[in-house]
Write a protein that binds this ligand. Structure first.
Ligand code: AP5
Length: 194
């Protein structure tokens, strides 16, 4: 199995690049944001609870997202590997992911972090908010709150993987294709060294 984490702040291009990477490398895409939005669309109790938190730009509780990822791993026993997008977002989630993968006798090969300036992140998210209907993109206050949460709780997740020498930082500005080419170059290098 080959498992990757695509990491970076809100708006860094994780979702956009994940779509291309799963086709290129035959991985199963696991995005906790997408899983939560599908609960919201289904108006499930979990979705209703999560929406109130997401609309403030805050993180939903660890046990909720860890449970979702655990179910998704169980539901895909024959996957060639997983591409995690938007997860793990706290140290607790990172430790839980390691344990879940350990049970499957596999692990994270690398965390690839997209580096994008704060100004560009805000610009991208507000632009998407004009048309996407995503309630957490509609005003600058919520977008900035998501970035505050990222710096407060999520950026430390990179330190967790750094201790195992698994972090690669990629410049996340430029065209989508340019960034994709940079990602593929790194991933091909990791695969060749396996
Ligand atoms: P989530 O859905 O994970 O959103 P996010 O991390 O805030 O990131 P985005 O999806 O907004 O950005 P992205 O990096 O994927 O970039 P994208 O490709 O979309 O999480 C939403 C919420 O769910 C969280 O706030 C939290 O409440 C909750 N949640 C999710 N996971 C959780 C977890 N593990 N624990 C707790 N809570 C959790 O691109 C953004 C925009 O930029 C798009 O319009 C795109 O077209 C554009 N764009 C992309 N690349 C480029 C480029 N190169 N140049 C110009 N524009 C570009």
């Amino acid at each position: 199995m080959f498992n990757l984490i695509l990491f970076g702040p809100p708006g860094s291009g994780k979702g956009t690049q994940s779509e291309k990477l799963i086709t290129q490398y035959g991985l199963k895409h696991l995005s906790t944001g997408d899983l939560l939005r599908s609960e919201i669309a289904g108006k499930t109790p979990l979705g209703i609870e999560a929406k109130a938190i997401m609309d403030k730009g805050h993180l939903v509780p660890d046990e909720v997202v860890i449970g979702m990822i655990s179910s998704a791993l169980e539901a895909n026993p024959h996957a060639k590997g997983f591409l995690f997008d938007g997860f793990p977002r706290t140290s607790t989630q990172a430790e839980a992911l390691d344990k879940l993968l350990d049970l499957k006798k596999t692990s994270i090969a690398a965390m690839i972090a997209l580096a994008v300036s704060e100004e560009e992140l805000v610009k991208r998210l507000l632009k998407r908010g004009e048309t996407s209907g995503r309630s957490d993109d509609i005003n600058e206050g919520i977008v900035r709150e998501r970035l505050v949460e990222y710096h407060k709780k999520t950026s430390v997740v990179a330190d967790y993987y750094k201790q195992f020498d698994k972090v690669v930082v990629i410049a996340g500005e430029g065209t989508v294709d340019e960034i994709f080419a940079r990602l593929c170059k790194e991933i091909d290098g990791i695969l060749n060294n396996k």
